[in-house]
Design a protein around this ligand. Structure first.
Ligand code: F6P
Length: 323
C-alpha cells in the first residue's frame, strides 16, 4: 500500500487531532503517503483531498475539534454520489481510507469499502455509544469537562440550597450522565436507559431534602424520557418560593470542546497507529477499538449491530452513594 487517506466525520470530539497526527506519522514511518480529506464525506464528494506531511500535523494534538474539519453528510447517502466520490479517491491513487467518527460515520465507511477501497474505522464520539470498544476518543475529556461544571455548580448550590438540574449530551445514551454523576457525586442521574417520570424525579428531590442533604444536583441526559427543562418547570410548581426554586443548566456544546485529556491523547494515538497497521496488513471493514486495555479490531457490521449497554451495577452504585 503506497497511499492512504484519513477523514473525520460526524460530531467532533477531543482527541480527533491526536488520532490524525498518529495516522499521518505512522503512515510516513511505514513509507506510505498520507492524505487528508477535509469536511468528512462532504469533502470526499467535493474532492477536498490534500497531501499531509509530518509538519502539517505538528502541534495539533493538544487542540480539541478536528483540523481536517467535519460534517454530517446527507449527500453521501445517495449511491451515485458515493460511487463518484470513491472514484475520486482512486483518481488520487488512494488505496485505503481511515474514518475517524461514530456510528453514522461507520455506515459511510462500510459503503466506501463495498466500493472497493479498504476502509478502517476509528471510534470517536463523546457519547460512548459505539459497539466493540470500551471507550471512544473524546469521552474522557468530555467527562472531565462535565465534572468541572458540576463542581462549580455545587459551589453555588451549597451556598444557596435549591435543586439544580444539569442537562448533558449523549444522544440516546446515558453514559455521560451516569459516569459524570458517579464522579461528581450527583444526587440523581436520569438517563434514557431508566424510565423516570417527573413525579419520580420530584420525589427524589423531596427524599434528599428529608435526608438533610444540603444540596441537590441531578444530571439529566438529553435523551432521557423527561427533559431537564420540563423537570425544572415541574419542580417550580412544587417549589414556588421566590429565589428558592430549581435552576436549570444545559451544558451544550461546551462538552465537545477543550484540550484532550492525557487518556484521550494516548487512546487516539494508539488507535490511529493500529488503524494504519490494520490497513497495511490488508484488513478492511473493521473498527479498531480498545477492550480491557487491549487494542484490537471488530468488524464494522458487528460494531454497528451492537448497542452498548450500561452496567446495572453502576446505576446501583450511583444511587447507593447518593444517600
Ligand atoms: O454525537 C455527539 C453529539 O454531541 C451528541 O451528544 C449530541 O446529541 C449531538 O452530537 C449534537 O449534534 P450537533 O453538534 O450536530 O448539534
Amino acid at each position: 500500500m503506497k497511499r492512504i487517506a484519513v477523514l473525520t466525520s460526524g460530531g467532533d470530539s477531543p482527541g480527533m487531532n491526536a488520532c490524525i497526527r498518529a495516522v499521518v506519522r505512522q503512515a510516513l514511518a511505514m513509507g506510505i503517503d498520507p492524505y487528508g480529506v477535509r469536511r468528512g464525506f462532504e469533502g470526499l464528494i467535493d474532492q477536498e483531498i490534500v497531501p499531509m506531511t509530518s509538519r502539517s500535523v505538528g502541534s495539533i494534538m493538544r487542540h480539541g475539534g478536528t483540523a481536517l474539519l467535519t460534517a454530517r453528510s446527507q449527500r453521501f447517502r445517495m449511491p451515485a454520489v458515493r460511487t463518484e466520490a470513491v472514484q475520486g479517491l482512486r483518481d488520487h491513487g488512494i488505496e485505503g481510507l481511515i474514518v475517524i467518527g461514530g456510528n453514522g460515520s461507520f455506515q459511510g465507511a462500510l459503503k466506501v469499502a463495498e466500493l472497493g477501497i479498504p476502509t478502517i474505522g476509528v471510534p470517536a464520539s463523546i457519547d460512548n455509544d459505539i459497539g466493540g470498544t470500551d471507550m471512544a476518543i473524546g469521552v474522557d475529556t468530555c467527562l472531565n469537562t462535565i465534572l468541572d461544571s458540576v463542581d462549580k455548580i455545587k459551589d453555588t448550590a451549597g451556598s444557596s440550597p435549591r435543586p439544580f438540574l444539569i442537562e448533558v449530551m449523549g444522544r440516546h445514551s446515558g453514559y455521560l450522565a451516569l459516569l459524570a454523576g458517579i464522579a461528581g457525586g450527583a444526587e440523581l442521574v436520569v438517563t434514557p436507559e431508566q424510565k423516570m417520570t417527573l413525579e419520580e424525579v420530584a420525589s427524589e428531590v423531596e427524599s434528599a431534602y428529608h435526608r438533610g442533604k444540603p444540596l441537590f444536583i441531578a444530571l439529566i441526559a438529553e435523551g432521557a424520557a423527561v427533559r431537564a427543562a420540563d423537570v425544572c418547570e415541574y419542580l417550580k410548581t412544587r417549589y414556588p418560593v421566590e429565589g428558592a426554586g430549581p435552576r436549570l443548566t444545559i451544558l451544550g456544546h461546551v462538552q465537545r470542546g477543550g484540550s484532550p485529556s492525557a487518556f484521550d491523547r494516548i487512546l487516539a494515538t494508539r488507535l490511529g497507529v493500529a488503524a494504519v497497521k490494520a490497513l497495511a496488513a490488508g484488513e478492511s471493514s473493521v473498527m479498531v477499538g480498545i477492550r480491557s486495555g487491549v487494542v484490537g479490531t471488530t468488524p464494522l457490521v458487528e460494531s454497528l449491530a451492537t448497542c452498548p449497554t450500561l452496567d446495572p451495577d453502576l446505576f446501583e452504585m450511583s444511587r447507593a452513594l447518593a444517600a
